[in-house]
Write a protein that binds this ligand. Structure first.
Ligand code: ZN
Length: 482
């Protein structure tokens, strides 16, 4: 008998101190696709929606009813309007196109909406109240999900990414969809165990040796007969909600005891090791000194505290200012977000020289203030490029109208939208060969490592003032009590 399922992606990673809300405009700038238009996505793109569709479309008698594909850049909370809009669309679809045999969700897991600190938990609970407890409701999750008690209770299975950089977005959604399809067709009866660990992880790359034993154990557990999935989330401390932290998620085929045992083993291993999972950071000047030394390939500095992929706005000027003060040359910046400066450059035109107060326009406590520069307008673009690296390969990145400036022998990409430039294609697509540079400064925390690692002599995260310092102990918590 044919099956009918709901499919939706509704994502946000919320940073409680970022003053920019995730409103309709923010979603429309990033990703806002409705209904059947979702199905137009090229199946070769390695993103979550295609991961799910490539599984579900292999079943000829399975009807997928797509509702929304919505993603906004990490920022302050999702507005009441956006949350209500998605909730209403889901309810309307259930009313008009139901009954449904299952729900395949593609959540991030760290969404805070106005009035809904546990946004994903509330949406899952709403789906259960509408559709009952007998159908599978499955979601993949970002590694930075804060898995709440309600999320774990209301979902049949939650499957988190494993890699940071998130090079396994597609594979995770694919794996989650396989569990979903097996449950739908009675090939498996997924049961999940969750262990929540109230530890705040810093932003930490999963390639580090110190964390690998935890993933080795997860793989071992996953290879046991009857285990469908075993993994854990790092959590996202900047969401600043009560239920934050790490979470282990183990899913088995009908064996609750095995799920509990697997989750306990992994949780115990995490608790033993969690305090060793900390990064080291150089002072900025030491990193700049290193870039000045001769060597093979550029030094890459991650301007991590202003990462638009974690709630930064992308306009802080601390590093740019210091590079100019030191009269360094051969440095390239991706990016400085400053729509006003882009407009001024557009007015002046390519080939013009302009005086700008560049960047630093947001909260002076964090932004570093604008830098007065004389800049040559080398290029104006629409700010789009297509990712070539493994992370969201084939996806189009949209930075809005963009200017490429020469400033004192350095190159600065100035954009209109906040966007994390994690794929090195940001430079190539804007006429900059990274190999010609001695220093690349990137507004990213960890994701850039996947593609910049191919050219970099060193990759150095340097925390400066910003909304997303990688160290949780630097965050000004208002809600979280520990
Ligand atoms: Zn993440």
């Amino acid at each position: 008998m044919g099956k009918k399922v709901l499919l939706f992606r509704f994502q946000h990673e919320t940073n409680a101190i970022c003053p920019v809300p995730a409103d309709m405009t923010a979603y429309k700038k990033s990703c806002f696709v409705l209904g059947e238009d979702i199905m137009k996505i090229p199946r070769s793109a390695r993103v979550e929606v295609t991961g799910a569709l490539n599984v579900l479309e292999a079943y000829p008698d399975l009807e997928v009813v797509p509702v929304v594909n919505m993603f906004a850049n990490p920022s302050g909370p999702v507005t009441r309007e956006v949350y209500g809009y998605v909730e209403d669309l889901l309810l309307q679809t259930i009313r008009e196109k139901g009954p449904f045999d299952g729900v395949m969700a593609l959540f991030h897991g760290a969404m805070v909406a106005e009035g809904h600190p546990d946004a994903e938990g509330d949406l899952l609970e709403m789906l259960r109240s509408q559709l009952g407890w007998d159908i599978p409701i499955v979601s993949s999750l970002d590694l930075h999900a804060n898995v709440t008690e309600k999320m774990a209770r209301c979902a049949t299975a939650l499957v988190p990414f494993e890699n940071y950089p998130h090079t396994d977005v597609y594979d995770t959604a694919y794996a989650a969809a396989q569990i979903f399809a097996d449950a739908l067709y009675g090939k498996a009866k997924p049961v999940m165990a969750c262990r929540r660990i109230p530890h705040l992880m810093p932003l930490y790359p999963t390639e580090r040796q110190e964390i690998r034993p935890l993933y080795d154990l997860a793989h071992q557990l996953k290879s046991r007969p009857g285990v469908l999935s075993a993994g854990f989330t790092h959590g996202f401390f900047a969401a600043d909600i009560e239920e934050m932290g790490m979470a282990v998620l183990a899913v088995t085929d009908g064996d609750a005891a095995l799920a509990e045992e697997s989750a306990t083993l992994l949780a115990e291993a995490i608790c033993e090791r969690k305090d060793t999972l900390q990064d080291d950071y150089l002072p900025l000047d030491a990193a700049l000194d290193m870039a000045m030394e001769p060597g093979d390939g550029p030094v890459v500095i991650a301007d991590t505290s202003d990462n638009p992929g974690g709630g930064g706005i992308g306009n802080t000027t601390h590093i740019l200012r210091r590079v100019l003060e030191r009269n360094m040359t051969g440095c390239a910046f991706a990016v400085i977000v400053d729509p006003q400066s882009v407009a001024a450059c557009e007015k002046a035109g390519v080939g013009a020289t302009v005086q700008l107060n560049l960047g630093g326009w947001s909260d002076p406590a964090y932004s570093g203030g604008p830098v007065e520069v004389t800049a040559y307008v080398r290029m104006l673009t629409d700010g789009t490029y297509i990712n070539k690296g493994l992370m969201a390969q084939g996806a189009t990145m949209r930075m809005g109208k963009t200017a490429v400036l020469n400033i004192q022998g350095n190159t600065v990409i100035v954009t209109s939208y906040s966007w994390q430039p994690y794929d090195i294609e940001v430079f190539y697509s804007h006429g900059i060969n990274p190999m010609d540079m001695r220093l690349l400064v990137v507004k990213s925390s960890i994701h850039y490592r996947a593609t910049f690692g191919t050219v970099a002599r060193a990759m150095l995260p340097i925390p400066m003032p910003g909304y997303i310092d990688p160290r949780p102990e630097k965050f000004p918590f208002r809600t979280w009590k520990g």
